[in-house]
Each structure stands twice: as C-alpha cells, then as structure tokens.
Design a protein around this ligand. Structure first.
Ligand code: GLC
Ligand code: CA
Length: 613
C-alpha cells in the first residue's frame, strides 16, 4: 500500500492501479504515451441536425435552479460537471493563453453539449510556478485570465445558460509570493509566522525524511530566519498550517466571499495533504527510487491524516448556507477510504471524486467489481475518467487500435452509472495526450525535474480543439502549449458534422441522462456478472428501467439476458442509443450479438406478470 502515494499527483493512474487489492493493474499504463492515434470514422450526413434536436428537446430533467427536486435530489446529483483548464480552453485576446472571456464565448457550446456546471481550475493571481495552483491572492482573478468584472459577467451568463460555476480552492498551500508567506518568512516573530510550518533542522539536515510529491526534500531551508519550511509540492508552494485556527477561519471566510459572489461550490485541491504529523515522525522508506531519483517512501505521516475531517465539516457548514457543493480531489486506495470523505453523518464532502476509476484497466470484470463496491457503499458516486494531472482517457484506456470505440464505451459506461460524472475538457472529442519530445520543450516543472521518466503534465493540458483552422481556433496568437497534429480530425467543428463522432455520442448520452428518469434516479443492478467481456446492467426506477450493455472486447460477443427475474420483459425494449447500426431498431434483448466494442442502451418495459402484480 505504501507505494501508492508516490505519484498520486503526477500520474496517479499508475499509482492507483498498482495499489488496490481488488483492482487489477492496467496493462496499458506503461505504454499509453507511445500510442499512435486511430483515425476517426467519419460519415457526413444531414442527420446531425436531427440528433441535436432530439438531444435537447427534453430539458425537463436538466439541473434545477431550485436546490432539491420533488424526489429530494439535491441539484448536484442531476448535474453533469465539466472541468475547464482555463489556460487551454479559449483565448479571447490573442496572447496565447485561455481566459474568462474565452470561456464565456463558449458557454453556448457547453450548454448544447449538456453540461450543467463547470469547474474552472485556478484562475486567481499567481506566479504560475504550478500554473495557478500557487495562489498569491484568493479573492481576485489573475490578469492573464481577466478581471473580477469578467468573472461576474461569466457568472451572469452562466446563470442565463443554466451553467453553474465551481472554483478550485487550493487549500493545502499558497504561493511563496502570497503576502501571508512574505510576512511569515520575514521573521520568527512575525504575525503570520505560525500560518506555515517552520521547524529547526537536525544539525545540518532537514527536520526529518519527508519527501515532496514533486521531487526533493519536503523541507526548504530559509536563510533569513535559519529555519526550514514545509512544502508537500514545489518549494514555491509552502503548506499552510491548518492547526492554526486563524488559517482555518480565513480560508472559510474566503469560500464565503466567493459564495456571496454567486459561486456554486468548490473543488478542494489536494485536500488529502492538509495535515501532517506534528511530531514529524519519519515516513517509512521503501525499496527503490522514484522518477526524480528520491527514495520511495510511504507518505504515512503527511497524507490522509484524520484531522482533515474536522476541516471538511467546517467547510461544509459554510457551503450549506449557500446550497453549495464541495468536490474533493480525493485519491484513495479503496472504497472504504473514499466513503470516509462523505462524513460519518454526511456532513463533509457531497462529492469526493472517485479517482480510482482512472487507474483501472479497460475490462468488463474489473469495472464491474469496482462499480459494485462503490454502489455497495451506499453513497452517491462521483465518477471521473480524466483530469489535468493524468494521461488523457483516450490514451489511457485505449488499446492502440480501437481507441475511438473505447472512448465511446467509457462514456457509455460512466455517463449512465448511478452518480454524478465530472468530464474533462476535450474528452468529448477524443483529445489525445501530446507529451513533449524534448526536455527543453517541457513547461510543467516536474517534467523538467523528472525527465525522461516523468515528462510532466503538458500532454494532457493542450489547447481545446475547436476546428481545423490554425491553432485549432483556440487562439489568434501563439498558443502557450503545443496543439497536437491530430486536431485536424479531432475537433469540435468536424465532429459536429459527423453523426458517428465521439462528440455526437457524448451529446446523445448527456441528453439521455437528462431525459431518462431511470438514468439519474434508478438503482444499479448488475447483469451477467460472470461475463468477462461484456459489462451489462440495469438502471431501475419505479416506473421504468434502462439497460446498458457494452462489449469491452475486440471480438463479437453473444449476450443472453434474462430480465424476467427483474420484473422486466426482454422482448419489449426501445433502443435509445447504440454504436451498432444493426441494433438501432431492435425491440428485444433476450439474446443479442454485440460487435467488438459495441455499446447498446435501451429502455425496457415491465414484464406482463409484473404489470399484473
Ligand atoms: C493538485 C492539482 C495539481 C497541482 C497540485 C498542487 O493535485 O490537481 O495540478 O499541481 O494539486 O497544487
Ligand atoms: Ca488570453
């Protein structure tokens, strides 16, 4: 278990995969970066308009502005969330960096896609050492992204479109340029000294053996006051001292400041690193070294300490006053750990992310086991398949040959499961990882430090691909990060014209989520649990049921489905969505043959017996 923590913030897919007892390590994870792309199959046709209309004709179940629906579901359970990495989404002023006005100009796109809430990665003033995750002022907007007035406009426009805004709250650390830290490091007696973690060394050595998650010791010597300060990430990101009530109060106040401005919630960054052992116990050393050449350690005394739950309860107390949602960046090794983040009394995070899914190999039996475990916990799941810290899902789950089909399968699965999904920008068009080829091209500092074993996270943060125009129409200037060549086929404009594109598949799935009551409300019932190739399940609510069947193998699969024991009639189905044209008009599922990687979704009628009952 110890090795689990080593790379959690860099390429956690490998970490998560290797750690959980019930999770098989990904066979793909070591080769994902070498994979080439698979050309998207394209069939241009006039059905585009039709599918778009169908997709958005039934807005009845879209995220509500009232906080709970008639059945008691809070708004965030209805919603589809979408992560925006603001540097890379849309540049409005030609400086090559995405910005708030750029996001505002694309809200139409997001609304048409079926998104209800956007989480914007940090856009606060920052020296940008960690691209905004080093905040120097929590109550403002960085000039490169715009102004507070731009933010307010975005917020108003979001309201008009029914899109809520979630900000990224960097709770574990600030920038070393934050006035609090500038004050803190000025003298041992400064007002803010105890806002950070300062300790004496042991002789000429740091206080203990703690290692930074981003390479090197976690202690930085500071000449002026002859002490070390602690940083779980870069030295420019000193950790806040959450044992100090003044720190806690100020941070709670910051959330309130944004809620009053209309923000609908926060994604809590690195929340599992908030506390460390005040006794500075050495972390257990493990065999081997990491990508940075540091000894492997189990971050036992700096990660996942129980004190975090007190802070989460307090943050929740503030959030509840504003009907806001708290999403956690919660890297866990098993479902029991994940469950703890909801709080024993459901008074902590409403949405701790299930990031374990990002580390699983693409396999029906592996996914089934995980989904079963998550559902058995009784909590409301939060499924995520990609983000700005891990290799793009297209590459990570893909087999190198059928990546487009697999991307559709992943969407078919995680967008129809019970729970709230959080998408990552560009996933809906099959954006691919594009790691730098040379060390001198790397922008993310961990990639420079860990080269070539760790190439950094530039590859999953490339500009959004809007069209096949220069720079993928992301910017009129020179984009801050390279646009991958694949943008010429994988882009929004092209895919909107292609009814079989990944984008259309996402749109149709998201529309179903908003129109099929069973898909958001229904229980999850696994079917054919012994089948190693085909993932099949029901989403079942009082009045109706939806069946999802996904062939996760490269060979055709015959599937026999006995639905009578569930009170359903396999001979009375209405196909809702499928990648397999021969099944489009199918009205029975008792026995179907699925082509390789085909996905099939249908509404199922009740059996006659059950109707009589
Ligand atoms: C989180 C962010 C990551 C950042 C780190 C330090 O893991 O997702 O991008 O580098 O925290 O703030
Ligand atoms: Ca810009």
């Amino acid at each position: 278990m110890a090795a689990c923590f080593l790379r959690e913030y860099t390429r956690p897919v490998r970490r998560a995969a290797a750690c959980s007892a019930n999770i098989e390590p990904s066979r793909n994870s070591d080769v994902i970066l070498e994979r080439g792309d698979t050309p998207l199959r394209r069939y241009f046709s006039s059905t585009v308009l039709l599918t778009t209309l169908v997709a958005f004709a039934c807005p009845g179940l879209r995220a509500q502005s009232k906080s709970k629906d008639d059945r008691g579901h809070p708004w965030y359970q209805h919603a589809v969330f979408y992560e925006i990495y603001p540097r890379s989404f849309m540049d409005s002023n030609g400086d090559g960096i995405g910005d708030l006005k750029g996001i505002a100009s694309r809200l139409n796109y997001l609304k048409a896609l079926g998104v209800d809430a956007i989480w914007i990665a940090p856009c606060f003033p920052s020296p940008q050492v960690d691209f905004g995750y080093d905040v120097s002022d929590y109550e403002n907007i960085d000039k490169m992204y715009g102004t507070l007035a731009d933010f307010d406009k975005l917020q108003r426009l979001g309201k008009k479109h029914g899109i809520k805004i979630i900000l990224d709250f960097v709770v574990n650390h600030t920038s070393d340029q934050h006035p609090w830290f500038v004050d803190s490091r000025a003298s041992r007696t400064s007002n803010k000294r105890d806002w950070y973690i300062w300790r004496d060394g042991v002789g000429k050595n740091p206080p203990n053996n703690w290692i930074s998650n981003f390479g090197g010791p976690a202690w930085q010597w500071d000449e002026r006051t002859s002490q070390y300060y602690y940083h779980y990430f870069y030295p420019q990101q000193p950790d806040l001292n959450w044992h100090n009530p003044a720190v806690a109060d100020t941070m709670f106040g910051t959330t309130e400041w944004w809620y009053r401005r209309g923000v609908a919630g926060f994604r809590l960054d690195a929340v599992d690193a908030l506390f460390e052992d005040p006794n500075l116990t050495n972390d257990p050393v493990l065999p081997g070294v990491d990508a940075y050449g540091d000894p492997n350690v189990n971050h036992k005394y700096t990660h996942n300490l129980p004190e975090v739950h007190g802070v989460l309860k307090s943050l929740r107390g503030v959030a509840d006053k504003y009907d806001a949602v708290l999403i956690g960046e919660t890297w866990t090794d098993n479902v029991a750990q994940l469950r703890a983040y909801y709080g024993a009394d459901h008074d902590e995070l409403q949405m701790p992310m299930d990031l374990m899914l990002t580390g699983l190999k693409f396999s029906a039996s592996v996914f089934r086991a995980h989904i079963d475990a998550v559902n058995a916990s009784g909590e409301w799941p939060v499924f995520v398949i990609g983000n700005h810290d891990i290799v793009r899902s297209w590459n990570r789950y893909g087999d190198g040959t059928h990546n487009d089909e697999i991307a559709k399968d992943m969407a078919a699965m995680y967008l129809t499961l019970r729970g709230t999904p959080i998408m990552y920008y560009g996933e809906e068009i099959g954006m691919q990882n594009n790691d730098p080829q040379r060390r001198e091209d790397v922008k993310d500092p961990i990639g420079k430090l860990g080269w070539p074993k760790e190439k950094g996270r530039d590859g999953e943060r490339t500009p959004m691909q809007w069209s096949d125009a220069p720079n993928a129409a992301f910017s009129n200037g020179i984009p801050w990060n390279v646009v991958p060549e694949t943008y010429k086929t994988y882009n929004v404009a092209n895919e909107l014209k292609d009814p079989n594109s990944i984008l259309h598949w996402y749109k149709k799935l998201l529309a179903l989520r908003h129109t099929e009551a069973a898909l958001f409300d229904g229980s999850y019932v696994a079917l054919n649990e012994k089948d190693p190739n085909v993932l099949a399940y029901l989403r079942k609510s009082d009045g109706e049921a939806v069946i999802v069947v996904i062939n996760m193998s490269a060979t055709p699969q015959k599937v026999m489905l006995d639905l009578s024991s569930h009170g359903l009639n396999a001979d009375s189905v209405k196909t809702l969505l499928t990648t397999q044209s021969s099944l489009r008009n199918s009205s029975a599922v008792a026995q179907i043959t699925l082509e390789p990687f085909a996905a099939y979704i249908a509404r199922v009628g009740k059996s006659r017996d059950s109707a009589h009952r």
